[in-house]
Design a protein around this ligand. Structure first.
Ligand SMILES: [Zn+2]
Ligand SMILES: [Zn+2]
Length: 255
């Protein structure tokens, strides 16, 4: 199972970081989690076969996590020859269908009838679905927006958890406990803490609760990059920490 952090930025335009998007490849599953502005272009920058993405899973409906969904749909129809014919599975919180139909209101009904099948599955917190034989996706509610969810991808004895955007949450640490990779947002420095995002020290506390194999930080607003992120995380979490960049990736051997 391989994780690639395609986009590690936020709503703030940032040199070198596009908005949120993370790819998990395992067997015949190519799962893109979140799809903010710039993710489509970054996939191409990184020479990732965007044509082969099979699943799109959305954590919540903030623009920096969803606006490249229409870009990708058009890419699959008009950006490749022959156009895509294989099914695309879109997964998201309750409200995903409504968001897509609103995109179609803006871009035209054709947005959702591009010649390849699109299946949309809305998940309630706590639900699990099989993406393929032996590849499981689970979700849990996180405190950020009403619909916000974190995802867990499990396959071949390995587990990757992605928080999406979240505030501190004790149950999230328990839910993620013992995962191989905990990909967590790290939005703002302690001095600019808000009730809907995490600071480095809060990421450290999450790491201490979850005890992942590696804590991978993403979703950096520019001010947080001016502080000693690694040092502040390390005051609470003594495990491995990575500050993700666009294009960083990690291969997890089968267990
Ligand atoms: Zn965000
Ligand atoms: Zn958000």
């Amino acid at each position: 199972m391989r994780l690639t952090t395609v986009g590690t930025g936020t709503a703030a335009p940032s040199r070198g970081r596009v908005q949120s998007g993370h790819l998990v490849d395992v067997g015949d599953v190519h799962l893109l989690m979140d799809c903010g502005s710039g993710v489509a272009t970054r996939l191409a920058d990184l020479a990732i076969r965007w044509q082969d993405i099979t699943h799109l899973a959305i954590t919540h409906f903030h623009a920096d996590h969803v606006v490249d969904i229409p870009t990708m749909l058009y890419a699959w129809r008009y950006g490749q020859l022959p156009p895509r014919s294989t099914r695309l599975d879109i997964i998201g919180p309750v409200g995903m269908l409504r968001l897509l139909s609103r995109f179609a209101t803006v871009f035209g009904d054709g947005l959702l009838s591009l010649g390849f099948p699109i299946s949309v599955r809305e998940l309630a917190p706590g639900e699990a679905i099989a993406l393929s034989d032996g590849v499981q996706l689970r979700c849990t509610k996180v405190p950020h927006t009403e619909e916000s969810m974190a995802y867990s991808v499990e396959a071949r004895g390995r587990r990757i958890v992605y928080t999406g955007d979240t505030a501190p949450d004790e149950t999230l640490g328990q839910w993620a406990h013992g995962c191989d990779v905990l990909l967590t947002e790290c939005s703002l420095p302690d001095a600019m803490a808000v009730p809907t995002h995490l600071t480095p020290s809060q990421c450290g506390a999450l790491g201490a609760a979850a005890r992942p194999g590696v804590l991978v930080l993403t979703h950096f607003y520019p001010p947080v990059e001016a502080v000693d992120i690694r040092g502040q995380v390390g005051e609470r979490f003594d495990g491995a920490v990575t500050l993700a960049t666009d294009g960083w990736s990690l291969d997890l051997e089968e267990r």
